[in-house]
Write a protein that binds this ligand. Structure first.
Ligand code: G4P
Length: 534
């Protein structure tokens, strides 16, 4: 547990104004649309529609391939910075497809909060639930947006009940919808006592906002049909009786989520949500690390890599490492220590992702995400500091659930294939194991679609046809123990042993029985399904 209160008055203003968050949702709930509107109101893009064209993770295979082709562009959507009032928002994209859960998990280690988008007609769906559980592991504050209120949706009390029950979190309404579907008129802003009315004629127009003096204000009757006013008064009264009131501290601790209702496509409710992120969302948080935690206001710069993207430009084999700044004030050209290799590294061309453009980052503060182009030195989980040997903790690597053997279409090209696979392994797109015996590579992924994406990328980016074939193994576990124990274990189990791309020992098998046997016969060996990246 981190030992500091979530929001502190003593942070330097540049850090205190930063909000770094991700959006979690089930496919189709409206994440892309909401992102567009964030950027639109953040002044980052002139027109909505630009993000969609840029390959948000889509559901179908063909879309995926297109996304991979459009890599340079889809990558710039991995982290987006924009301003809202006096705040700087850093939105980190989570891959939409469930096949990329590991990548998603790591993304969530780089943010301080999550916005949960749900579809008002569907409520909490499976992918939302999964992602929520991940946020819960880190007690991430969550702000909820209930989208598509312009369509027939469920009863508001039902939606709130479902979130409370399925996700075991207190829900407090920040706004209350007036009507739904065709009759959706707008919302009553419960936090600011305002009436927000939706403009159906112009989807990019922000709602009219009308100050009112409480629900008994006769202004309500001027603007709303009588039946809607009566229903609103009754429902809000009930909500105030039955539901908890907003407790900012409980929100910051992840025990309570405020919910806003709206329609992203109609730009409705989005500004209120943004205001909520600014007011109730957390400032940059301390980061757990060894041997000590890192506080954002520390004068010295530290940061960690949570994502690596290779081959953004196929002409140059460059990679971009996405660094979450954990502390300090970074300036371009700074010399930082790469803690794993203990080498100095001058960061001369860091990039900041401003929606559709990459820009050189002249400076960055704790909370920001910058991209560092490099030739492979930077890996997921790496820490950069101004010299201190700190290592950020809590960025896991999961055992893959599906294993296949990769073979080069042309046997003479297997060295090339090895290089390509290693790059993807370092990018975190797959696990690559080299068996101690025999030839070929065993590639492990979390979701089946990833094999196809990999094959297509290897062909596109390296010009290498590749085949994935069923492997004799179905599970992989990392083996840990003293050198002597590892030596004895690997010697006796050669046919099951492989090395991952870091050179660590992996035990491959097809049967849980084998794993149980190892744990019985080798009490000094620990087989684990996750490995902390370092
Ligand atoms: P995702 O990234 O979470 O997968 O969702 P996305 O924003 O792509 O939205 C999924 C679909 O829902 C899109 O329709 C989008 O237009 C629609 N949508 C988003 N917000 C709202 C809303 O507030 N109200 C209504 N009625 N629809 C909304 P689509 O048909 O899949 O795509 P498109 O043809 O509109 O581009």
């Amino acid at each position: 547990m981190l030992d500091t209160a979530p929001n502190r008055p003593d942070l330097p203003p540049e850090i205190a104004r930063r909000r770094t968050f991700a959006i979690i949702s089930h496919p189709d709930a409206g994440k892309t649309t909401l992102t567009e509107k964030f950027l639109l109101f953040g002044g980052a893009i002139q027109m909505a529609g630009q993000v969609r064209a840029k390959g948000e993770a889509r559901r179908t295979r063909s879309d995926f391939m297109q996304m991979e082709k459009d890599r340079g562009i889809s990558v710039s959507a991995s982290a987006m910075s924009f301003d809202f009032k006096e705040f700087r928002f850093n939105l980190v994209d989570t891959p939409g497809h469930s096949d990329f859960s590991e990548d998603t998990y790591r993304t969530l280690t780089a943010v301080d909060a999550a916005v949960m988008v749900i579809d008002g007609a569907k409520g909490v769906e499976s992918q939302t639930q999964k992602l929520f559980e991940v946020c819960r592991l880190r007690d991430l504050p969550i702000l909820t947006f209930c989208n598509k209120m312009d369509r027939e949706s469920r009863d508001v009390f039902d939606i709130i009940d479902e979130i409370q029950e399925n996700l075991a979190i207190d829900v407090t309404p920040a706004s209350w919808p007036i009507g739904m579907g065709r009759d959706f008129i707008g919302c009553y802003d419960m936090l600011n006592d305002r009436l927000e009315l939706m403009d159906r004629a112009d989807r990019n127009k922000v709602a009219d906002s009308i100050e009112i003096g409480g629900l008994s204000d006769p202004k309500l009757d001027e603007h709303l049909p009588a039946a809607a006013v009566a229903k609103l008064r009754e429902e809000v009264e009930m909500a105030r009786e039955l539901l908890p009131t907003l407790d900012p501290q409980a929100v910051l601790e992840g025990h309570m989520t405020p919910i806003w209702f709206g329609s992203a496509i109609n730009s409705f409710g989005v500004k209120e949500l943004m205001g909520g992120i600014a007011t109730y969302g957390p400032q940059p948080q301390p980061q757990s690390a060894e041997p000590r935690q890192i506080a954002p206001e520390e004068g010295k710069v530290t940061g960690f890599v949570f994502k690596v993207q290779a081959n953004m430009d196929p002409k140059h084999r460059d990679r971009v490492a996405f660094l979450r700044m954990a502390s300090g004030h970074f300036k371009r050209g700074m010399k930082l220590t790469h803690v794993r290799s203990k080498k100095a590294m001058t960061v001369s061309s860091p990039v900041l992702f401003l929606a559709s453009d990459r820009e050189l980052a002249e400076e960055a503060w704790a909370g920001d995400i910058i991209g560092i182009p490099n030739h492979g030195q930077l890996r997921i989980g790496d820490t950069l500091t101004e010299g201190e040997a700190l290592r950020v903790t809590g960025i896991p690597s999961f055992a893959p659930e599906l294993l296949q053997t990769a073979r080069a279409g042309d046997p003479l090209k297997s060295k090339h294939l090895e290089k390509a696979l290693m790059q993807f392994a370092e990018e975190g797109a797959a696990k690559v194991f080299k068996p101690a015996f025999g030839s070929g590579f065993i590639v492990g992924v979390v979701g089946a679609l990833q094999f196809e994406v990999l094959a297509s990328r290897i062909e596109l980016e390296y010009g290498l046809p590749v085949r994935f074939e069923p492997s004799q193994f179905t599970s992989a576990r990392w083996a840990q123990g003293s050198q002597a124990a590892i030596d004895a274990f690997t010697k006796a189990n050669q046919a099951h042993i492989a090395h991952d791309n870091d050179g660590d020992i992996v035990y491959l098998t097809r049967m849980q029985w084998d794993i149980d046997r190892v744990q019985r016969d080798y009490p000094d060996i620990r087989l684990t399904a996750t490995k902390e990246m370092m």
